[in-house]
Design a protein around this ligand. Structure first.
Ligand SMILES: Cc1cc2nc3c(=O)[nH]c(=O)nc-3n(C[C@H](O)[C@H](O)[C@H](O)COP(=O)(O)O)c2cc1C
Length: 225
């Protein structure tokens, strides 16, 4: 038996929703930053995946901090900015509400966009009161190049998650769907061409990551009851 058959040959799914959610339902905040729409799409798929796994999910953006001049200089950025004006902004209340948080953000020189970093830097009050401990989290990213810094960006997010005392539910190679999506074990990532089109089909992998995040959060929550 090959290592992959051993790893993936036998799946024990528990699809009995009643049994999985006999406890109070699980809350997932999908928090994203996107200039031109790719991470918005990843976040929407993650929300769908979390809901399909039985969770309550909210799609939330972080505040745009770039000056309007910069946004207006890029038609795709301006269009996305206008199109998503009505998406709710993530708040500290949302973080407190969430049992699990799925983040999505593009790489900026192999690092977090300042918009996402600024959001994380406002969580000091919750952190100081121990409210972020045991949140189950995972991250996703995108870049223009196949090796343009997606992994480094997700790992940069996870630095902060360690300080939160969060439990990181990275996908690893927990499902074969990961291989078709580029095989980033830290979190799903995608390459986005200059035309804004995603180069890999990552929808199923995003939904798998969302389900896995919900599953781990369910175990953590049940374990505390
Ligand atoms: C300031 C800046 C830095 C960027 N740095 C990188 C980079 O280091 N590597 C890369 O491949 N793409 C880089 N990009 C491209 C973005 O990652 C790409 O536009 C993004 O993934 C698209 O996601 P979005 O549609 O959600 O905004 C950069 C873009 C900007 C504006």
């Amino acid at each position: 038996m090959s290592i992959f058959s051993k790893l993936f040959g036998k799946k024990e799914e528990n699809n009995n929703k009643e049994e999985r959610f006999s406890m109070s339902e699980l809350n997932v905040a999908v928090i994203y930053y996107s200039s031109t729409g790719s991470n918005y799409q990843l976040a929407k798929w993650a929300k769908e995946g979390a809901e399909a796994a039985g969770a309550n999910a909210k799609l939330l953006k972080v505040q745009e901090l770039a000056p309007m001049g910069a946004i207006e200089s890029n038609p795709a950025w301006k269009e996305h900015y206008e199109a998503t004006k009505d998406v709710q902004e993530a708040s500290m209340d949302d973080l407190e509400w969430a049992d699990a948080v799925i983040f999505s953000m593009p790489t900026r020189f192999g690092n977090l966009p300042s918009q996402m970093k600024q959001f994380l830097d406002t969580t000091g009050g919750l952190w100081a009161n121990g409210k972020l401990v045991n949140k189950v989290v995972s991250g996703m990213s995108s870049a223009s190049n196949a090796h343009g810094g997606q992994e480094a960006t997700i790992l940069a997010l996870y630095n902060t998650m360690h300080h939160w005392g969060a439990i990181i539910a990275s996908p690893g190679y927990s499902d074969p769907v990961q291989f078709a999506a580029g095989g980033n074990p830290y979190g799903v990532s995608v390459t986005v061409g200059q035309d804004g089109v995603m180069q890999e089909n990552v929808e199923d992998a995003v939904k798998h990551q969302a389900k896995r995040t919900v599953d781990v959060a369910t175990w953590v929550k049940k374990g505390q009851e």
